[in-house]
Write a protein that binds this ligand. Structure first.
Ligand SMILES: [Zn+2]
Ligand SMILES: [Zn+2]
Length: 347
């Protein structure tokens, strides 16, 4: 095996360099995976813009976290995986010991271990992720589809946490990769989906992914009016899911639901952000507020099952392919609000 490889190193704001670095070697419990596909993600785009992510990545550092590939080396003590196995390794794993892990809230683990380095020829998978969050990929599933497991797990988690029933009307604010994934997950679960989006490309994608109605506007007031008008007597939707991560959209979500409805603040806003909400409306209309974050090992397995099941349109989410050395250009394009959903980086 080669001793050096090409890898994307994040040096700071909008500064990714493709460099030659040593190929990692597997320590006990670890795997080395040859990356088959690494997908771009809204989080990576944020990191590219800001130059760091307080919890996930501090530069200079290997970059990228949605990947699938083939095991090339397994460390001492690894029994579930051997060279040649096709795997998806999640971006994180919980400790299993802390207060939250013990209560099945592993997404809130006090010691969540993150892994980065998917934009490279090879990646090291830490022992804890090998043990808890690395999954075998069924033969019929392409690697780039399996790489959707991580974002899809977040969407499935957020959707299930909103306690949906088949036939419910669900409004989803935001047509980014996760908003669209949420649209598809809700449609597959038998809900009537109203997708609230801004751009033309998002309209087509939401339609293809199963939205029953599309509300296209950048006015919050119009979005509320038009969405409510799609429900009997303007009463509002059963569930509203915010998938943008800005305060105005959080406030909008609360105005979309019916009495007794559920709001999920799924999009994380910038640090230090506050919102103002109508307390009377929340109390006297008995509205449930939730804010789902991240995923758990059980949900990750569900997400891969959904991808492998055949009804999930994985290829609709991968709208472009690029080589590792094109990574800067890919992110610049994503910053300019192109209609790309995700680009598969093939090292
Ligand atoms: Zn991601
Ligand atoms: Zn924990």
């Amino acid at each position: 095996m080669a001793t050096t490889m090409k890898a994307a190193i994040l040096h700071g704001r909008e500064d990714i360099r493709i460099e030659r670095v040593p190929v990692p070697e597997a320590e006990p419990g670890e795997l080395i995976v040859r990356v088959g596909a690494a997908l771009t993600c809204g989080t990576d785009l944020k990191v590219f813009r800001r130059g760091y992510h307080a919890r996930m990545i501090v530069p200079p550092a290997l970059f990228g976290h949605e990947l699938a590939g083939t095991v090339v080396e397994s460390g001492e003590g690894v029994t579930d995986f051997s060279p040649g196995d096709r795997v998806v390794a999640l971006n994180s794993a919980p400790c299993g010991q802390c207060y939250f892990c013990q209560r099945n809230q592993e997404n809130l683990c006090d010691d969540l271990l993150f892994n980065n380095g998917a934009y490279a020829e090879f990646i090291r998978i830490p022992a804890r992720i090998v043990a808890k969050n690395t999954l075998h990929i069924p033969d019929h599933v392409p690697l780039e589809h399996a790489a959707l497991t991580e974002p899809l797990a977040c969407a499935v988690h957020g959707f299930e946490d909103s306690r949906p029933h088949p036939g419910d009307t669900v409004a989803i604010i935001g047509g980014g990769p996760l908003g669209l994934m949420m649209v598809h997950v809700a449609a597959l679960a038998g809900c009537e989906v109203i997708a609230i989006v801004k751009h033309d490309g998002q309209v087509e994608a939401a339609q293809q992914l199963g939205a029953t109605h599309i509300v296209q506007t950048s006015s919050v007031r119009k979005a509320i009016q038009q969405t409510r008008a799609l429900t009997p007597k303007d009463r509002g939707v059963d569930i509203a899911i915010e998938a943008v991560g800005v305060p105005e959209a959080w406030q909008e979500a609360v105005e979309l639901v019916r009495k007794g409805g559920t709001v999920n603040f799924f999009g994380g806003c910038a640090v230090g952000t506050h919102v103002t909400l109508d307390t009377n409306r929340i109390h006297y209309s008995d509205i449930t507020l939730r804010a789902t974050f991240h995923h758990t090992p059980a949900i990750c397995r569900k997400a891969l099952d959904l991808i492998a099941g055949g009804r999930f349109q994985a290829s609709a989410f991968i709208t472009g392919h690029a080589h590792l050395y094109e990574l800067n250009r890919v992110f610049e394009k994503l910053m300019n609000r192109s209609s790309e959903i995700k680009t598969a980086i093939v090292p």
